[in-house]
Design a protein around this ligand. Structure first.
Ligand code: DX5
Ligand code: ZN
Length: 219
């Protein structure tokens, strides 16, 4: 069965001086989600935005939020992410000593649980947890910054993860984040990705709707 192509534009590349305008553009687009990158300056060498700002982002967005926590000890913030009304809470595999427990807490809060893998982390490490996940986010750049170059090895990781999910009859969606453009989108979807995150290739374009459509309709 052909899966539905999903896109989650990343607010990290939006104009922070005009967030309301940029969120409104996504609201009026074909994008299914809004991707929110939270950084702590410890897990990744950068800091983005925190919950006081995101409270207003959440109020403005009509798209469900897909929150990507690039922080240590993400379990501490389950309630804050839930308070945003977020549909998905993504935690990094590398930041969770007890990932199964993290998933339980996210599920108990009524959210979908996603696990994110850094580029060097093999998908095979998910063999015994993927059936509990609602989403697996594969980083195709080293997390922390927008506008980086796509790491080509990601295609193989998507294929291997697709095989694992299908073999286990698991339901997790596959999401890819970093360096996604209209030029690599079709291959990523064809390898088995369900959802692509796109920051600079959407927000750094004069026509954001055309940029979203170019990724969703890439051939
Ligand atoms: C990077 C973030 C990404 C980022 C992607 O650490 O997780 O979501 O916004 O930006 P682009 O699409 O420009 O690579
Ligand atoms: Zn992200």
């Amino acid at each position: 069965m052909k899966q539905e192509r999903l896109i989650s534009p990343s607010l990290l590349s939006a104009d922070f001086g005009h967030l309301a305008d940029d969120i409104a553009e996504i609201n009026n687009s074909r994008a299914q989600y809004l991707h929110i990158d939270i950084m702590d300056g410890v897990f990744v060498p950068n800091i983005s935005f925190g919950f006081p700002v995101l409270k207003y982002v959440a109020q403005l967005s009509t798209k469900p939020l897909d929150v990507h926590l690039m922080i240590v000890e993400p379990d501490k913030f389950v309630n804050e992410v839930k308070a945003l009304g977020s549909e998905i809470m993504n935690v990094h595999y590398e930041a969770c000593t007890h990932l199964h427990r993290s998933f339980q807490r996210i599920h108990d809060a009524g959210m979908k649980a996603g696990v994110t893998l850094n580029p060097h982390t093999p998908v095979e490490l998910l063999e015994d947890i993927v059936s509990e996940a609602d989403l697996v986010l594969l980083m195709s750049v080293n997390p922390g910054f927008g506008g980086q170059k796509f790491i080509e090895n990601t295609y193989r990781k998507v294929e291997r993860l697709r095989n694992m999910i299908d073999r286990q009859n698991a339901h997790a969606l596959i999401e890819v984040d970093g360096g996604v453009t209209a030029a690599n989108a079709a291959k990523l979807y064809d390898c088995g990705a369900d959802m692509l995150v796109a920051g600079s290739s959407v927000f750094n374009q004069p026509d954001r709707h055309a940029a979203i459509n170019a990724i969703l309709d890439a051939k």
